[in-house]
Design a protein around this ligand. Structure first.
Ligand code: BMP
Length: 273
């Protein structure tokens, strides 16, 4: 039987959250009719902004790896922030923090990237234990930011399975939902028997492709329908499937729309509409 959370429309899940970023994501998804996040993993910040201008209207979220950009400057984040307001999306820096609390608090707030100053959402591995959540929360919570834990990964041979995944879920649950708003995962790792009434988590799944099955480096793709209907994901994350499409700027824009439509159609199917 389907996971109870997956039977509730995005807009009706807003009331289960206090974190401003979680609320903003659900509001945008409902308003723009999109559960699509685009990952702009290009090495030029200038090019990344061009992709964002093309796809921004189709997505609820833009995901970055800011350490990939050869030309990263504060001007990039200023423009990304401006676009996030103009085109109505949330910014997710996919930093995958993985160190002790003190170190991650510095990595989050400082250095060249100052991630906490511009990114609504970021994520962390559970490997170091709950101190990683405390360290990031110290910086991010006063700014209204949100955090996802990596409960599972899309790549072949991932060690984030079984007991690791279960304990990651428990770590998030123990931390409370003020700051940890959900998971990067391939399934609903918030098992119905483990959650209470109104305990709502956002499950975001990367490894999504409508044509390719994977790449040569372990990535594995599923379709939007497999993610949203069969596995109950709330957000689908697409990178190369969108920005890597051949045919130039217009093709990137229409591919984003194609994924948005596929993701939304799957969402409506799971609601029984
Ligand atoms: P692509 O759709 O091009 O394969 O990109 C997937 C994106 O999602 C990459 O930015 C990658 O870092 C990220 N990702 C992933 O692929 N699998 C995971 O389990 C977690 C991720 O963050």
């Amino acid at each position: 039987s389907p996971h109870p959370t997956t039977l509730i429309p995005y807009a009706e899940r807003i009331k289960f959250h206090t974190n401003p970023t979680a609320i903003k994501i659900l509001e945008i998804m409902d308003r723009k009719k999109t559960n699509l996040a685009v990952s702009v993993d290009v090495t030029s910040a200038k090019e990344a902004l061009e992709v964002v201008r093309r796809v921004g209207a189709s997505v609820c979220m833009v995901k970055t790896h800011c350490d990939i950009f050869e030309d990263f400057t504060p001007a990039f984040t200023e423009e990304l922030l401006r676009l996030s307001k103009e085109l109505d999306f949330v910014i997710f820096e996919d930093r995958k923090f993985a160190d002790i609390g003190n170190t991650v608090s510095l990595q989050y707030s400082s250095g060249i990237h100052k991630i906490s100053t511009w990114s609504d959402l970021t994520n962390a591995h559970s490997v170091p234990g709950p101190g990683i959540i405390a360290g990031l929360s110290k910086v991010g919570l006063p700014l209204g930011r949100g955090l996802l834990l990596l409960g599972e990964m899309s790549s072949a041979g991932s060690l984030a399975v079984g007991g690791y995944t279960e304990q990651t879920f428990k770590m998030a649950q123990d931390a409370g939902r003020e700051f940890v708003i959900g998971f990067i995962a391939q399934n609903r790792i918030d098992k119905p028997e483990k959650i209470g009434e109104g305990e709502d988590y956002l499950i975001m799944s990367p490894g999504v492709g409508l044509s390719a099955k994977g790449d040569s480096l372990g990535q594995q793709y599923r379709t939007p329908r497999e993610c949203v209907v069969e596995s109950g994901a709330d957000v689908i994350i697409v990178g190369r499937g969108i920005y890597g499409v051949e045919g130039g700027e217009e093709a990137v824009k229409s591919e984003a729309e194609r994924y948005r439509e596929a993701g939304w159609k799957a969402y409506e199917e799971r609601l029984g509409r």
